[in-house]
Design a protein. Structure first.
Length: 67
């Protein structure tokens, strides 16, 4: 494989990985906008809190996207 062909293959791979990461980030945004985090519970407590472990799980998922 010549140099230009290898660069084109690397670019295609990097673009695919970037697209998968962008999709994973959009999925996280959708998750944050879901009913799980909207409004109030019957006891009056807010529902817009998110667990730190949840965030770390999503960040790991995003980091692994495309690999």
């Amino acid at each position: 494989m010549n140099y230009i062909t290898r660069l084109q293959a690397d670019l295609t791979s990097a673009q695919a990985e970037a697209a998968e990461k962008a999709e994973a980030m959009q999925d996280f945004r959708t998750h944050l906008a879901s009913d799980k985090f909207a409004g109030h519970d019957p006891d009056g407590s807010r529902r817009d809190w998110i667990a730190v472990a949840d965030v770390y799980t999503w960040l790991s998922h995003i980091a692994a996207a495309g690999t």
